[in-house]
Design a protein around this ligand. Structure first.
Ligand SMILES: [Zn+2]
Length: 309
């Protein structure tokens, strides 16, 4: 993980925007920890003099085509990178490897007569396949045996994929993190200061320990409505809250749609409605409204969410 020593002007502006956001909601009587800025993931406070302790966070992660949109503390940035972001990257890589996309390679083992040879299948520009054996990754005797007796012309061998390297709950946490931070970049702590969202923060910080009770997001193979990337409000009795849509790019692009409910959400009812998305209308945020810095818009959004103050 590389940390950037100097913050750009945009990052500074983001710091002061969130500082103002916190001042406004505190004046409304909303309880939030003290501090000019709070890390959106762990809520650790930071003063202006400590701004260098914050890092610019790419959302989605840079390896999947994101851009820097917010500031998180170094610990969160580094932990999330190694704990969850790599798992999402691995999951998508594995998916692409299984499609034999051009210019990819895939770790396999060749199994014949109870013996196993480690190899790579390289997919060329025209989808031509090459089986490449790194002799260093194999017992020399096994390799000799395969070369001389087994990998003969017209021989049929079985290829097995190397074991998966990603954990699904960490992949899920990375998807949640993207949606949470995209919503944070639009609304600051206006809504996300509510303790209900601790469950999202816990999943992001400790994905092996905490999980969201139901699946609130789509996977790339699922049908989702055709909508651009962005944050939407949904108007529906049961599915009331925010939908965050974003695209992850590797060799191919993958669209994700994540539902972030309002506090007090009834997960059983939500589960039913999310599966068919019937009667759910998504309204994009009004670009004229600033839900971070404008008192009137902040009040409006909090009222819509049914939050006090
Ligand atoms: Zn943090």
């Amino acid at each position: 993980m590389k940390f950037r020593q100097f913050l750009t002007m945009d990052a500074k502006r983001h710091f002061f925007n969130i500082k103002r956001n916190l001042e406004i909601i505190r004046e409304m009587g909303v309880k939030v920890p003290d501090g000019e800025y709070l890390c959106p993931e762990c809520l650790t406070p930071f003063e202006e003099s400590e701004i260098s302790k914050l890092t610019e966070e790419d959302v989605p992660q840079a390896s999947l085509g994101g851009s820097r949109i917010t500031l998180t503390c170094r610990r969160c940035n580094s932990n999330c990178g190694s704990l969850i972001d790599v798992h999402l990257l691995e999951a998508l890589k594995t998916r692409e490897q299984q499609e034999f996309l051009p210019n990819t390679d895939r770790k396999v083992s060749v199994v014949l007569d109870g013996q196993k040879l480690n190899a790579n299948v390289e997919v060329g520009e025209n989808k031509d396949l090459r089986l490449v054996v790194d002799t260093k990754r194999n017992n020399p005797k096994v390799w000799d045996d395969f070369r001389e007796n087994k990998l003969l012309p017209n021989a049929v061998v079985n290829l097995h994929d190397a074991p998966l390297r990603h954990k699904q709950e960490r992949v899920d946490a990375a998807i949640i993190k993207n949606a949470y931070l995209l919503l944070f970049a639009k609304t600051g702590f206006t809504v996300l200061s509510h303790s209900y969202y601790d469950c999202f923060r816990n999943v992001i910080l400790e994905p092996d320990k905490y999980q969201i009770p139901i699946k609130l997001w789509t996977m790339p193979n699922e049908q989702i409505p055709k909508i651009p990337d962005g944050v939407f409000m949904s108007v529906n009795e049961i599915i009331k809250g925010f939908f965050v849509s974003f695209t992850l790019s590797l060799k191919k692009s993958y669209k994700f749609l994540v539902f972030i409910p309002l506090p007090g959400c009834d997960y059983d009812k939500v589960k039913k409605s999310l599966t068919n998305m019937k009667g759910i209308m998504l309204i994009p945020f009004d670009p004229q409204k600033d839900y971070i810095m404008e008192e009137k818009s902040i009040k409006e959004l909090r009222e819509w969410c049914g939050l006090e103050g």
